[in-house]
Design a protein around this ligand. Structure first.
Ligand code: F6P
Length: 454
């Protein structure tokens, strides 16, 4: 059987496994990668210069090979083009997009340096699976160096309509770069349709059904939603609920309902709108005061990108406002923390929560929504409030779906969730649970690898 080579910017090195900031990508793949796999990417370290030779770590039979980035490459590739241009653009935030040609050149240069470093490790029959927006030009870079084997790409974040993508000066280059892969995967059918439309308009290639015909090759585009190890997460949640940590949480709630949100501190997650939604719940439905606490875990992320610093200051202020306005001497409505929380603890917190509040302004998928569902006790489940603009909303239709731009809608959904009778909670949860247990991380990985091998 062909060896699988995974390439992603972040690599879940064995010692960092389980870190909440690793993102859905690492979590979904970790449980899948078989012994013998090679996983290649950035070490997470910034040095004076980008390394030319990788450093190797073994773990569970998997070889992890990582490169340090030089300071200038880190600024142009990671902080610059990937996270100040592509990330906002692909989350529909044109106003936040900062593009420079120098950053784009740095992005191409790092992709080329990664390809240079990986090339000597590749065998002709390897299957290379590349992940996410940092590495769109990676296949073209490998092809230019003579690799002729199968290469697939999966985009973990949204894809946008042509009218949004066209604002990015090198849109055409990136689309042509995507067409250097054999398989290109997206989280939802909407993202897939937008990609095919953009390919038709911008590349000059022919699109036939869900394939792009390039000069002499066929690129297959698929929608393949990412999932979680639902059974594993459910077990972890049930175990965690019995620990001293969760016991302390319960005691601190003194019988009040817990609403929970957990993610990276990122403007795509809609945190200010959510805080405002919670404030409106307390103002419009005052009987909920003292009866509910919102625990917001927003793990600090991408702190070298200016927009993230601005958001953090805004959230500090909003959290202070809400607590100043509504707190009573023995009740603090909003518990806001920016540290990361271990996944085992998170699982237990999800299990005891009455509401899972997942309201991103845009999200490729959002695995927290799926984890919240898996963590619930089916006999007395909590209610998922989910943004219509998360990829997960295409599957989790029995959640209370909200438009996250309307804080009143968030407030009303929280009120409905707090008052929802047990039978309705059970009925909604049963449907959601089925969906989460069906579209697992294993199914996601197998579907992609099968398509790549075909
Ligand atoms: O899962 C989506 C993702 O964008 C990954 O590509 C990324 O590694 C993760 O979120 C966390 O972001 P970062 O690597 O910038 O810390």
């Amino acid at each position: 059987m062909a060896r699988l080579v995974v390439v992603s910017n972040r690599v879940p090195l064995p010692r960092t496994k389980g870190a909440a900031s690793a993102g859905g990508l690492a979590v979904a793949l970790q449980s899948f990668v078989a012994p013998g796999t090679l996983w290649f990417g950035w070490s997470g370290r910034v040095m004076e210069r980008t390394a030319t030779k990788p450093r190797f770590v073994e773990g569970g039979g998997v070889t992890y090979a990582t490169l340090d980035l030089g300071a200038e490459d880190y600024d142009r590739f990671y902080v610059g083009f990937a996270n100040s241009a592509l990330w906002p653009l692909l989350h529909f935030r044109l106003g936040l997009m900062r593009y420079t040609r120098e950053d784009f050149d740095g992005y191409l240069a790092v992709n080329a340096a990664f390809a240079d470093a990986l090339m000597p490790m590749l065998r002709p029959d390897d299957m290379v699976w590349v992940h996410d927006y940092h590495l769109i030009p990676f296949a073209a870079a490998l092809r230019a160096r003579g690799f002729a084997g199968r290469i697939g790409f999966f985009l973990h974040i949204p894809f946008v309509p042509a009218s949004v993508l066209e604002a990015l000066p090198p849109a055409r280059d990136l689309l042509r770069a995507l067409c250097a892969y054999d398989v290109v995967g997206f989280q939802t059918r909407t993202h897939l349709a937008d990609f095919l439309d953009c390919a038709r308009r911008f590349t000059g290639f022919t699109v036939e059904g869900e394939e792009v015909l390039t000069d002499g090759r066929r690129v297959r585009a698929i929608a393949n939603p990412i999932g979680i190890d639902a059974a594993g997460f459910a077990r972890m949640a049930a175990r965690s609920a019995g620990t001293a940590y969760i016991q302390r949480m319960r005691e601190s709630l003194v019988g009040r309902a817990l609403a929970i949100s957990a993610e990276r501190l990122d403007y795509s997650k809609g945190l200010p709108n959510r805080f405002e939604g919670f404030a409106r719940l307390l103002a419009r439905f005052p009987n909920q005061q003292r009866r509910v606490s919102l625990l917001q875990i927003a793990a600090r992320s991408r702190e070298d990108v200016e927009e993230y610093q601005t958001l953090r200051r805004e959230l500090d202020r909003l959290a202070g406002d809400i607590n100043g306005r509504f707190s009573q001497f023995d009740w603090v409505p909003l518990r806001y923390m920016t540290q990361t929380v271990a996944r085992t603890k998170l699982a237990g917190l999800f299990r005891i929560a009455r509401i899972g509040l997942v309201t991103p302004l845009r999200d490729g998928m959002n695995l927290v929504a799926k984890e919240f569902v898996a963590a619930q006790d089916p006999a007395d489940p909590g209610v998922l409030i989910l943004s219509r603009f998360a990829g997960a909303a295409e599957e989790l239709t029995e959640a209370l779906l909200v438009n996250p731009y309307d804080p009143d809608e968030i407030a009303e959904a929280m009120q409905a969730a707090l008052e929802m009778p047990l039978e309705e909670r059970q009925a909604r949860h049963a449907v959601l649970r089925k969906a989460v247990f069906e579209v697992t991380s294993a199914r996601y990985c197998n579907t992609f690898v099968d398509a790549l091998a075909a």
